[in-house]
Design a protein around this ligand. Structure first.
Ligand code: AHG
Ligand code: MN
Ligand code: MN
Length: 334
């Protein structure tokens, strides 16, 4: 059977009306290649000396794993020379990374979470890489890009995606024409299209939330989850199942393929942190994919992609997945 590779897919997207610009096509090919390299490091595990802590903290005060640092380096190096970017930003870097002067500059801004779910890495569970693409503001050509230029709401994303390093290595992406899944063929070394126009299956009664935070949640979220937990004896009159992997990529991947709802909601623990997940390189790209797959993504009541970002590492409450279920939860806020 003939299977389409990522390259073929991108060329086809480029040829269609509303063509994929060539810089964006190159960007996606380069990110996909970097994800392959990251996958190789992840797979080596102890044999590659890549497990454990790096011995430093990132800007958010979180201990960096060796793989956080390795994956960040891979993405930076891969994306510097192609002439497709004006700058990059990452969970692992305090401020933005400008393209060095020896390379031409391009029109896009790339943001990433090099390793998502990094606490999983040392225990051989799924992790991933998340990325989001914005356009540099029109007035940024001919001057240095600033952090402010990145602070665009998620609806301005022109592409987003993730790689998940699990039993299979998959790349899930959207350039605004639906969600496509590619699986890494290790013998061929290429990404092969394995699912087109992914749609979130409706009605799967499965929720993903870290229950240990229950006492910190807002009242509506507490009531919603309590009603799910009450199962067929409760107001929802149906039993729910629960899954929590500790890696947003893995949980969102499951929801895209099988349905259900993901929550890392706002909680009251620390007024400086309205949620755990970061808007610019976790919530926004995932919201983009979820919406492209027919789902819905909100913080509490507002669409995530309409939020006006205040900072590169800003945190946000996240509720996303099956449209019907997200709307069900929204009723608890009214
Ligand atoms: P990261 O490893 O990039 O810091 O992200 C981890 C995030 C996310 O992937 C996951 O859903 C969540 O943190 C898990 O949080 P808990 O440890 O509270 O379960
Ligand atoms: Mn993450
Ligand atoms: Mn991370």
């Amino acid at each position: 059977m003939h299977r389409k590779t990522l390259t073929q897919f991108l060329v086809e997207q480029q040829r269609r009306e509303a063509a994929l610009p060539s810089q964006l096509r190159l960007l996606i090919e380069i990110v996909a290649r970097a994800c392959k390299a990251i996958s190789i490091s992840v797979n080596k595990g102890s044999l590659g000396g890549v497990l454990g802590d790096f011995g430093s903290e990132n800007v958010q005060g979180e201990a960096q794993k060796k793989l956080d640092v390795i994956a960040n380096e891979r993405l930076l190096e891969a994306n510097e020379w192609g002439g497709h970017l004006a700058a990059m930003a990452s969970e692992e870097m305090e401020t933005i990374h400008l393209i060095p002067n020896r390379y031409p500059k391009g029109e896009y801004l790339l943001l990433f979470d090099p390793i998502d779910g990094s606490s999983n890495v040392d225990v051989n569970l799924s992790v991933g890489t998340i990325f989001s693409v914005l356009r540099a503001p029109a007035d940024a050509s001919g001057r240095e890009v600033t952090e402010q230029d990145f602070l665009q709401s998620g609806r301005h994303q022109v592409a987003a995606g993730y790689a998940v390093f699990g039993p299979q290595t998959s790349l899930v992406l959207s350039v605004g024409t639906g969600v496509y899944e590619f699986t890494l063929d290790r013998e061929m070394g290429s990404w092969v299209l394995t699912q087109e126009r992914l749609r979130i299956p409706a009605g799967n009664r499965e929720f993903a939330i870290n229950m240990s935070n229950e006492r910190h949640w807002a009242e509506p979220v507490r009531r919603y989850i309590a009603d799910c937990m009450a199962g067929s004896d409760g107001p929802r009159k149906t039993n729910f199942n629960m899954r929590w992997t500790g890696s947003m990529v893995a949980d969102i991947h499951r929801i895209l393929k099988r349905g259900g709802i993901f929550l890392y909601p706002w909680d009251g623990r620390d007024p400086a942190k309205p949620g755990k997940l970061r808007l610019m390189y976790e919530a926004n790209p995932m919201a983009y994919l979820i919406e492209q797959a027919g789902g819905k993504a909100v913080d509490n009541t507002k669409r995530i992609m309409d939020l006006e970002p205040q900072g590169l590492h800003q945190r946000v409450g996240v509720i996303m997945g099956d449209r019907g279920e997200v709307e069900q939860l929204s009723r608890y806020f009214r």
